[in-house]
Design a protein around this ligand. Structure first.
Ligand SMILES: Nc1ncnc2c1ncn2[C@@H]1O[C@H](COP(=O)(O)OP(=O)(O)OP(=O)(O)O)[C@@H](O)[C@H]1O
Length: 653
């Protein structure tokens, strides 16, 4: 259904009325944009409440869209409709002045047409501009709020591992692609809403107005036929659209899987290259692509009858307008009029009829856009529920913070896997100042105990520690994104000083020297503050040393190390552990190497009693004093490094 292009009575309307092209075109656009999303969600009260709550969330931020912009958009949309009305009447005026050979009136009408055309174009563009600004502001506010919640209280960690056990019995809602919801879905929702809501609000008034003027000029039959036509078109449209929704929903998931496959190849590029895994990856990606294409093809085939019906009804709308216009003519209502006057009346009344049809078409189109908005709202509402659950503090988490001491104590700590398997039972140990080494066979629960100490995993019992956050050195370090730097990696999670001083650079240089990396930036041709993808550049051992340097830079009272030196030679490992003692850091570490024990004052051996689920492994307690003294190991100062005469100009650039 659309305004028939080239309709003699409405030549100016053949061009887009509201800047969105013909109804047929905009329907195609809507289908294209919805092919990536979609949802089986229905527009019901709870969804409207969810949408209201999302918009309230967006409105509560400082970056929220001002009410003035929204009111301006509504005002411009109303003015646009008024201008379109006058543009629609122009053809009838042209018929009138041309048939009466009135040259002066014709020239005046030309000028009037030009002014009106400029006004409509201006209002179209202004409405589009305001809608974009509102969409952007709302997106910025909504994404910002959801993102804060995602990163607060480690919700991102909980959602990345939906199988994480919860002591409070609250089950995390498993959701696909939270990142896509935060980024893409928020953008799509705000754009759809700003495009759909103003015309949707105005539609009842426009329909009422054009129903009235159509009735005035043609009697009750005109509006009646148009309403009947709209009813039939709506039913057929709904019948053809329904089967597509499920495929569009599946397309969303398949697109996500395919994208994730490519992201995985990028992340593990080197491992895949070493394993010569290109063929295996290619086969896996080909399967993903095949599934995606097959589903997309199903959508295309199902869209064909919908498109056919849409185009058919578009043409039919044009014919219907002439049919309606013909009624008063054949009833002899205009018999006393001249041919010029009749042409003017036909043009005017066909404009009324056709615009009424167009308004209904728009409503049909808007209802589809609102269904899309409903789907997106449902996805974001699920995300919010998941975020609320994931970030809710767990009761009896069992962590006691004793800020006055640097004690790290475990009292009757029991740790289970998400599947309920008990890994460690009733572990009681006090981490001595000289360090505690946790040993045991692979998979017995060493890292899980560290997760419990860090507060990432729930546990039964009590853990006393000196601060909310513990310094942690993992086996696979995290050194920031592709635009990290030595300084950023060392300062993480604190920000790099915005205007670093010479002392800042010296401090950073010193910790790098402590771990034997003093010359590395220079060897790489970068300064301490130069953006660099450290993961892609540094060897694994260098990455582990840099992560250790971060620990020294932060100077915590307590630290947790999970096979933090597994990629290092024994001498380097010894010097790094020595630094912990030199700096008086109380630490607990996990490691397999036999050479590690001498650097710890106590050892906790986890001895799996049996591999059955009913007989969980038990921790051997109490901790044993270390048999060996800490071997004195020289620090790793680079011989070439003279801290006093350091030229750090490049670092400060
Ligand atoms: N999300 C999970 N769901 C189910 N089981 C899990 C989950 N995470 C870890 N596990 C299991 O918990 C057990 C303990 O894991 P953990 O990482 O603590 O072992 P570990 O002793 O550190 O092993 P390794 O020395 O090999 O690193 C393993 O059997 C592991 O498969």
């Amino acid at each position: 259904m659309a305004l028939p292009p080239g309709t003699a009575s409405t030549p100016l309307l053949a061009t887009p009325i509201n800047g969105s092209g013909s109804a047929t075109e905009s329907l195609g656009e809507s289908r294209r944009s919805s092919s990536g999303r979609g949802s089986v969600a229905k527009l019901n009260c709870s969804l409207v409440a969810s949408l209201a709550s999302l918009l309230k969330l967006a409105a509560s931020t400082r970056t929220s869209v001002s009410v003035a912009l929204i009111l301006a958009l509504l005002a411009v949309s109303i003015l646009e409709q008024v201008a379109v009305y006058y543009v629609g009447l122009l053809p009838s005026r042209f018929y009138s002045v041309l048939s009466s050979h009135n040259h002066d009136a014709f020239v005046a009408l030309l000028w009037r047409s030009l002014v009106l055309t400029i006004i409509v174009a201006l209002l179209n563009s202004l409405a589009a501009l305001l809608a974009s600004l509102i969409a952007l502001g709302t997106r910025s506010a909504l994404s910002g709020m959801l993102q804060s919640q995602y990163l607060a209280s480690r919700a991102y960690y909980g959602l990345s591992r939906p199988a994480l056990p919860r002591l409070d019995g609250v089950e995390l809602v498993g959701i696909d692609n939270p990142d896509q919801r935060l980024v893409q879905d928020v953008d799509d929702l705000t754009t759809t809403l700003t495009q759909a809501v103003p015309p949707f609000l105005l539609a009842p008034f426009i329909i009422a107005f054009y129903t009235y003027v159509t009735y005035e000029s043609m009697g009750w039959e005109g509006p009646l036929y148009i309403y009947g036509y709209f009813l039939v078109a709506t039913i057929i449209n709904k019948f053809l659209l329904s089967p597509i929704v499920a495929f569009i929903f599946a397309q969303e998931r398949l697109e996500g899987n395919y994208r994730y496959g490519h992201a995985r190849v990028r992340t593990y590029a080197e491992s895949i290259a070493f394993l010569s895994g290109a063929d295996a990856e290619s086969a896996g990606l080909a399967v993903s692509l095949r599934r995606l294409v097959s589903n997309a093809r199903a959508i295309i085939w199902r869209e064909f009858p919908l498109d056919l019906s849409t185009r058919f009804f578009a043409g039919l709308g044009g014919i219907l307008s002439y049919l309606i216009v013909s009624i008063p003519i054949f009833h002899g209502r205009y018999e006393h009029k001249s041919p010029g006057e009749t042409a003017e009346i036909i043009s005017k009344t066909s404009f009324y009829a056709i615009y009424l049809i167009y308004s209904f078409t728009q409503l049909l189109e808007l209802s589809k856009q609102l269904t899309l908005a409903a789907g997106l709202t449902a996805r974001l509402a699920t995300l919010r529920t998941a975020l609320d659950d994931a970030s809710a503090p767990e009761p009896d988490a069992g962590i006691l913070i004793d800020a006055d001491s640097d004690m790290l104590d475990l009292d009757c700590v029991t740790v289970c896997t998400p599947t309920g398997r008990v890994l460690l039972q009733d572990v009681s140990v006090s981490v001595p100042r000289g360090g505690l080494l946790i040993r045991g066979p692979s998979g017995c629960g060493k890292s899980s105990l560290l997760r419990a100490i860090a507060g990432l995993w729930p546990f039964a019992g009590t853990i006393t520690r000196p601060s909310e956050h513990l310094a942690f050195v993992p086996q696979v370090p995290y050194l920031g994104g592709s635009r990290s730097s030595f300084a950023a990696a060392l300062a993480y999670p604190a920000p790099v000083p915005s205007s670093p001083t010479r002392d800042d650079a010296l401090e950073l240089r010193k910790v790098l020297a402590d771990v034997g990396l003093a010359d590395l930036p220079r060897q790489l041709g970068v300064g301490l503050f130069t953006p660099l993808d450290l993961h892609a550049t540094l060897s694994v051992g260098e990455q582990q040393r840099l992560a250790f340097a971060r620990l020294l830079y932060a100077r915590p009272r307590c630290a947790v190390l999970d096979e933090a030196t597994s990629a290092l030679d024994e001498q380097t490992e010894a010097s790094l552990y020595n630094l912990l003692h030199v700096h008086g850091i109380r630490f607990v570490s996990v490691g397999h190497r036999s050479t590690l024990a001498p650097f710890h004052a106590a050892v906790l051996d986890i001895v799996p009693a049996a591999s059955t689920l009913s007989s969980p492994p038990r921790a051997a307690a109490p901790p044993l004093p270390s048999p060996a003294a800490i071997a004195p190991t020289p620090l790793l100062h680079s011989p070439s490094l003279d801290l006093d005469n350091l030229d750090d100009r490049d670092d400060l650039e």
